[in-house]
Write a protein that binds this ligand. Sequence first.
Ligand code: GLA
Length: 414
Amino acid sequence: MTSPPILLLCSAALAVHLACAKSESLATPTPTPTASACPDVAASAVSPSAALARTPPMGWNSWNRFGCNVSETLIRQAADAIVSSGMKDAGYEFVVMDDCWQTTRDASGAIVADPQRFASGMKALADYVHSRGLKLGLYSDAGTQTCGGRPGSKCFEVADARQYAAWGVDYLKFDWCNTDGMTAPEAYAKMRRALDAAGRPIVFSICEWGSSQPWRWARGIGHLWRTTGDIADCWDCERQYSRGWLKLLDQQVGLESYAGPGGWNDPDMLEVGNGGMTTAEYRAHFSLWCLLAAPLMAGNDVSAMSAEIREILTNKEVIAVDQDALGKQGTRIRDDGDLEVWAKDLSDGAKAVVLFNRGTAAASLTVSWTELGMRAGASLKVRDLWTKDDLGVFTGSYGAQVPPHDVVMVRVQN
Ligand code: GLA
C-alpha cells in the first residue's frame, strides 16, 4: 500500500488541518462497526494510577512542528536529540507521535500503521525509544476518524488499547474529532476501561479542547485534560482553528483548584522554538506554562534547535517550579492591564513569582510579600530563575524592570 499523497499537503503543523483532513482520502476505508459490534469491557476495580502523573507529564510531541509528517525516522531522531540535547536530563520523558501514523484497519479491525513510514513496525519503534531511556506516546481519537482523517478508535477501544499495550506504548493522547452524538465523559471513561483491561500503565491524555469542562469530570479518567482549543505559534493571534498562547493563558484563570498530583489542566503543548515568536516571548510562554504546572510537551524540532531555545527548554530551576511535588497550579495574583503578577506555592514554603509584561514598552513591576501571603516585614531571599543569580535579601517587596513581552521569574523564600 502506498502512503496517501495528501501527506504532502498535511506536512506542516497546519492551522488548517481540519480542512486538510476533509480532503484526505485513504486507500482503504475503515470498516464501520454496527452498534451491536461495539465492544466494551467491565469497569476495573483499579482506577488509573495517579502515580503515573504525580507531577505534570513532560515530553515532546510531533504535531506543532511536523503535523502529519510523522515517520519512524522522525521519532528516532527526536528521541536521539532529546537525549543528546540534555532534554532527557532535564526531565522530558515521553516521545509522543501525534496524528497520521495510522492508515487503515485490517480485515480483523486491527489498526495499521503506515507501512512505508513505519517499515520496522511500531513494536520496534517503541523498543528503540525505550532503549534511549524514554517512553513512547501515540495518538488516537474517540470518534470515527481522527482530526487528520485517519481511523478513530470509536468501537475499537478495547482492541486498540490491547494493541498499544502489545507494542509497548506508554502514553495515549485521545482526541475528540468526529464524535457526533457522543458524550465526552462516557467516551473517555470507555477508553480508560479499555486501557485498564489491557494491563499496561499508560498515561491517558484527554484532548477534548475544554468543550465540556473536562476539569470537572476527567480526574480519575485521564491524567491530563486539554482546557483549550489548539495553540498557535504566536503571541496572541486568532486563527481559524488555533490561537496564540496569551489567549490560552487567560483561559486558565479559575481552573487552579482542579489541578494536582495525578491530574493536570493542559493548556496545550509548547510552541517554544518553532520560529513564530521572539526569544523573550518564548521565555515568557515557558515560564507561565511552568507556573501553571502545565504538562510540558515540547513541540519544536529538537534536532535543530538553537542554543537559546535549548536553554529555555532545559532550564532546570524553571522546570522545578512546574514539577514541584506540592502540585499546585499557580494563579494570577494581580492584573493591571498589560502588567501582571503570577505566583505559585512550592512544597518547601517558597513562592515562584512571574512578573509579566504583556506590553510593548519596558515597565517596572513589584510584588509585595503580603500579596504572596507572606509577612509584610519579612526579610526574604530572592533568586532570579533565568539569570540564576541570588539577588539578595529583600524586606516587604521585590521589584524589577521587565522588558516588553518578557518576564522576570524569581523564587522567594525564607
Ligand atoms: C487536534 C488536536 C491537536 C492535534 C491535531 C491532530 O486539533 O487538538 O493537538 O492532535 O488534532 O490532527
